[in-house]
Write a protein that binds this ligand. Structure first.
Ligand code: HEC
Length: 285
């Protein structure tokens, strides 16, 4: 093997290292060349901004938003009123007016309704809580009004009960389904109320059955007078007993067997709505 003289080896080494040293030196140079424009640009930007910063700022400082008061924030956070409420709000005054109207009715009338309904509980066991019937006839849905188009003959029948006229016809002779015959229901008697009710109570329970259970028109002047009379009786604590003779004098013999149809004697008045028609032409003739 040939020995390479030492100095040659050194030169070769030096050359190699020199070459690589040249390459090493070249790389940074090229990277520097490529990065220079970027750097220049970056350097230019602040330089361009600098003069503007020296100019007086003519725009007023944007004011920081004022802190929203708590109650305003709460109002904004609250659920908004739905649209459908608007017509309701618009209708409120009308409703208030109507409501105020109902409030003007004297409390005494409520007292009449309450006491009349209470009295009816004694009848409800046989005639149904709403008058739908049971052992006794149905009173609701105009059934009792068909038997007794006027209250006075009903007062007579309830007061003396069905046994007092057993087998006899009573009530409207033209009743749908035929005139009633006492005892014909075959479910026992309608118990007499002469000892159980005062005259005022008799009127009130009959008022309940007719006006409340059967929806009789209470708007006529005669009916309003009757209601007024009952209110006054309640206020005065009226406890007069039932006067069957007076009832029979006021009732119609065709609808109430044994009635005279003469009308109330002097100084007395027939109970119920003051309607002369309660005494029929048949009775008069
Ligand atoms: C024990 C059950 C009973 C009770 C309580 C009772 N009734 Fe009757 N009621 C009858 C029966 C039964 C008849 C039908 C009797 C018949 O066959 O004639 C009747 C008939 C009537 C009629 C006639 C109806 C029609 O169309 O012919 C009236 C009105 C009436 N009752 C009202 C009342 C009132 C008002 C009360 C409460 C004060 C009352 N009843 C309590 C059982 C009852």
């Amino acid at each position: 093997m040939t020995e390479i003289p030492e100095h040659l080896l050194k030169r070769s080494k030096a050359a190699k290292s020199g070459k690589s040293g040249e390459a090493d030196a070249e790389a940074p140079a090229s990277s520097e060349a490529s990065s220079t424009p970027v750097a220049a640009e970056a350097a230019a930007a602040p330089a361009a901004a600098t003069p503007a910063a020296d100019l007086p700022n003519l725009d007023p400082e944007p004011e920081p938003p004022k802190p929203v008061p708590r109650y305003v924030a709460a109002a904004m956070a609250r659920k908004k009123i739905p649209v459908w409420v608007l017509p309701v709000i618009a209708a409120l005054p009308v409703w208030a007016y109507a409501f105020a109207g109902t409030m003007q009715q004297p409390e005494v009338e409520d007292e009449l309704l309450i006491q009349a309904a209470e009295l009816y509980t004694a009848c409800a066991g046989c005639h149904g809580g709403n008058g739908g019937g049971g052992v006794g006839y149905q009173l609701s849905e105009d059934e009792v009004l068909k038997t007794f188009p006027e209250p006075i003959n009903m007062m007579v029948h309830v007061a003396r009960g069905s046994d007092a006229i057993l087998g006899e016809a009573y009530g409207d002779p033209d009743r749908e389904g035929g005139q009633r015959v006492s005892g014909a229901r075959g479910r026992g008697p309608m118990p007499a109320q002469l000892a159980s009710l005062t005259q005022l109570e008799l009127e009130m329970v009959i008022f309940h059955e007719r006006a409340i259970l059967s929806g009789e028109d209470t708007g006529t002047p005669a009916y309003e007078e009757w209601i007024e009379h009952m209110r006054e009786g309640i206020e005065a604590g009226d406890s007069e007993p039932i006067d069957l003779e007076l009832l029979l004098a006021c009732a119609d013999p065709v609808r109430s067997p044994g009635a005279t149809g003469e009308g109330a004697p002097d100084g007395e008045t027939c109970p119920g709505p003051p309607a002369e028609e309660a005494v029929s032409e048949e009775a008069a003739g």
